[in-house]
Design a protein around this ligand. Structure first.
Ligand SMILES: Cc1cc2nc3c(=O)[nH]c(=O)nc-3n(C[C@H](O)[C@H](O)[C@H](O)COP(=O)(O)O)c2cc1C
Length: 220
């Protein structure tokens, strides 16, 4: 193994857990993790966390090979954590073949991380269509090229595909393609983690057992 000069030292010199952790009593948490998530989300928004709705979505393919990428959270409710994908993209194909996922939020300003995992279920067509129609025109055009995650080698081809998508949208401004799918991660496990510079991290782990939430603290 050839090490690259200085990288190990560069990494070791970087600070971590330097945010300001809010008050958090792991004994005083709601029974439902959705409630705690929304409370932490509101704190993140109020504290000016940058893009708190950006989350890492991890999926697996049929061979068990994992992949992850950042995506925008669209909603959270009793059905779960909602996001939308192009069916033909890598994540879209993986979710169709293996309907399970894990979400990771990291809010460094608050030294907080949240992990959610469980099966995914497609939302109704109406919900997916409403999500699509609420997207800016440029995002809708790009989605209508229906080629996300394919090999790319020509800007001219992309320009052409976008021009076609623009025509499609002009012909039908209410167009919502069936390959735009909204999913919800139905939580089976949710973990709230608040970091501590002394490494006495506070961790609360919720798990759904026989349809009821149980929770435990985890060793830091
Ligand atoms: C902050 C941020 C937000 C993103 N939001 C989205 C999104 O809402 N939808 C999307 O398809 N890709 C989004 N991306 C790009 C994805 O991370 C990813 O590159 C893309 O969806 C292709 O992933 P795939 O090849 O695994 O399907 C975002 C990336 C970042 C960094």
């Amino acid at each position: 193994m050839d090490s690259i000069d200085g990288v190990r030292e560069l990494l070791r010199g970087l600070p971590v857990l330097k945010g300001r952790a809010p008050e958090f009593d792991p004994h005083d948490v709601p029974d439902d993790p959705v409630e705690l998530f929304v409370s932490w989300l509101r704190t993140a928004v109020d504290s000016g966390v940058v893009e708190p709705h950006a989350m890492t979505l991890s999926t697996v393919d049929t061979g068990g090979r994992p992949s992850a990428r950042v995506l925008i959270l669209k909603d959270v409710d009793s059905a779960g954590w909602h996001f939308a994908v192009n069916a033909g993209s890598r994540k879209g194909r993986e979710l169709a073949a293996r309907p399970v996922a894990s979400l990771t939020f990291y809010w460094p300003e608050l030294v907080r991380q949240i992990r959610v995992s469980g099966p995914v279920a497609a939302d109704s067509r109406e919900l997916a269509a409403a999500d699509f129609l609420a997207r800016p025109a440029g995002s809708r055009q790009m989605a209508l090229t229906r080629r996300q995650s394919e090999p790319f080698d020509s800007d001219a081809e992309l320009d052409e595909a976008l021009a076609r998508a623009d025509l499609e949208l002009r012909a039908d401004p209410h167009l919502a393609p069936p390959d735009w799918i909204s999913y919800a991660v139905q939580p089976a496990e949710v973990e709230f983690w608040q970091g501590d510079p002394q490494r006495r991290h506070k961790r609360v782990h919720y798990e759904l057992v026989d349809g009821k939430w149980t929770r435990n603290r985890l060793w830091p």
